[in-house]
Design a protein around this ligand. Structure first.
Ligand SMILES: [Zn+2]
Length: 93
């Protein structure tokens, strides 16, 4: 890898997963809830509200509704299909 990217120095350690939303690098549900609850997810609705010039606020996946935080995580027909598939696996009790 170092020969392919000049100037890159790789640490001499095993690769590992790091969750960057927590200072310790460990995944927590709480660390994912904070950006959701504080409306920090860069959805198209939020980007438009911040004045960014975007062609549409529609969800790029289903194109049925505006891409809000609630839509992305709970309302999008694509997401509900996934959640329904998971519920069929008995993961939710
Ligand atoms: Zn959608």
């Amino acid at each position: 890898m170092q020969t392919l990217i000049p100037g890159m120095n790789l640490a001499l350690m095993e690769d590992r997963w790091v969750w960057t939303l927590e200072c310790l690098g460990n995944f927590t549900v709480r660390s994912t809830r904070i950006p959701i609850d504080k409306e920090m997810i860069p959805t198209r609705v939020h980007l438009d509200a911040r004045g960014l010039d975007i062609p549409s606020v529609s969800c790029p996946i289903c194109e049925e509704c505006s891409e809000s935080t609630a839509h992305v995580f709970f309302e999008c027909s694509f997401v509900t299909q996934i959640l329904n598939g998971w519920s069929g696996l008995g993961l939710f009790g």
